[in-house]
Design a binder for this molecule. Sequence first.
Ligand code: ADP
Ligand code: MG
Length: 713
Amino acid sequence: MPAANPLTPLKPADAAAEPVKAAKAGKKKAAKPPVRLEDKLAKLGLRKDMDFVLHLPMRYEDETQVVSMRDAAFRGGSMVQVEGIVTECDIQFRPRRQLVVTIADDTAQVVLRFLNFYGSQTKQLAAGTRVRARGELRHGFFGAEMVHPGYKVINEGAPLPTSLTPVYPAGDGISQLMLRKAIGSALNRVNWQDTLSPALLASLGLQNFEASIRLLHNPPPDVDEHALMEKEHPAWQRMKFDELLAQQLSLKRAQASRRAKGATALSVVGELSNSFLLTLPFVLTGAQEKVLAEIRTDLKQAFPMQRLLQGDVGSGKTVVAALAAAQAIDSGFQAALMAPTEILADQHFRKIAAWMEPLGIKVAWLTGSLKKKEKDQAKALIESGEAQLVIGTHALIQDGVEFSKLGLVIVDEQHRFGVGQRLTLRNKGQKDGDGGGKGKVPHQLMMSATPIPRTLAMTYYADLEVSVIDELPPGRTPIVTRVVDQNRRDEVIERVHAAAQDGKQIYWVCPLIEESEALQLQTATDTHAMLSLELPDLKVGLVHGRLKPAEKQVVMDAFTRNEIQVLVATTVIEVGVDVPNASLMVIEHAERFGLSQLHQLRGRVGRGANASVCLLLYQGPLGGTAKQRLMTMRETTDGFEIARKDLELRGPGEFLGARQSGEAMLRFANLETDQWLVDKARSLATELLEKDMPTVEAHLNRWLGFREEFLRV
Ligand code: ADP
Ligand code: MG
């Protein structure tokens, strides 16, 4: 085996930053026992030898060359390695305490500047010491300098490494050196048995597992550096393929186990479904018809539906959900609809109850804010089966709510809920009540206005069927979006005034202040006061997260009835609120919001016949990503396009949230650029599950371990 690390590592930046952390921690040191190295490693997911072996470099550093300081000066900004003798080393105090070390070679000199450092470094870097330093060379006030370079004290003539140096993902208190040692010894112990046969590898055009891993940890001198850095090297391709295969296997297995569970077939589309459609004040769009047909077919199966209904904001998902519920009720079962906020749940309740109660259906309402007595009443209705449809918030999944015969669970804005919450509601159907049947689970319909690009949905949610409403109800006029400098607030206020005089209603969304809820509340209150002052002839309302549900309701009701013209709101209105007469939206500090959040907010307008406008106020100067977000919002109202852009700007992990996706499983593969590998992995997964379970087990065992838990739902 080649020596794991021909060069002791240059001092990593994270080690340099430690003294500061140590000083902070020092204050409350007594309370906390020191964290053991094993625990620190476990935090990185490193427990077994194979975990270490699969802990692959996130990048590589090229320490194979030293350039003269004069030449380095001409490569301004890029990473270079220089070598020289320390001529001066001292601690300076201006503008703040720092260690300043000057090194020189025959051609020039370079200043190394450390803002965080250990006292011992002054000795380590005493005048006369020979140092190799690697970093970005900049031209500072005192000439060429490197800030926080990696460095290493060496003897004259110390050999340069002949291959690229791996840099591993690390955490607090874990140095590169430690990782290299641990990985190096794991490489010697691990069982290298390939999970895929040579014949299979040949047909897929993939490399052997052991060779790939060894190359990635210890790249040979003649490696194609570009391919290595860009993760295009065949060794990387093998890793990506393996993890994608593990993901696909795992998802498909979850799907199979779902199918193996029983559900009651909700096979009657009858009386209620039909009269409901007849009494609706509109006809379904083609897209609504299409997804309804898909859902109806699923509900008739004797295994649980698990369908994600995607549709842009305002595309009309609620009525489709109500029709699904109608099928459950027609079939003699209960349906439950859970929404993430009280406002939204309430809106659903009103709308759906208004549709269904005239048809003789009992709709129950259950949220956390109900008084105990009301809650008990609701629970009794649910338990007796008298309530055929139950609408509420997560109170629906709290203890003590027993359904008599729950056949269908609908979760609105599903991404707002954690996996656990959805699972609990699904398990409500497993009781052996008279109709539900022992061991049977209800069908599940999840809804989301945060569209997930198709490639992502297919890959992450292999266990979900996806229906898409890709058409808005007729008569909507597109929303015009303008990006406006905060300095022009006065004009914006005038515009609000003019709109209100025209009989339109306005949302004014206060800035998101992530650090402090109190501050956010303060800002909302201030904005409300300010707008009330500046718009004395209008009624300005305020709604925020700290209001009691009943208080919120009073404000929302007044807004719905147009007794309030301007509604100042925090992001509580982000989700689902439906007031068609509202056609102007102002979002302050739009640069602080994420793309999907902006899209959701904007979706509150453009719901009626009025042409709607969304003004995104921003405070300059804008960072690159913020600018791109705002430009995207200006250019398109297409939720899918926005989601695609969001994915591009943020990456899939953050996009879906680790809690509900298989995100934690993908470390190397990139779903956008490695689509061809995804396709291969998907078809191999199907094949293996059909005829080679030992390989399936071995592969999952190697790649997943505890991670598979993520996909069980
Ligand atoms: P979302 O998909 O964002 O949940 P909603 O279900 O709230 O959208 O529907 C938005 C609005 O469009 C509602 O006022 C709803 O009654 C109305 N709507 C839904 N379907 C249609 C349709 N086919 N024709 C006209 N209006 C519709
Ligand atoms: Mg909705």
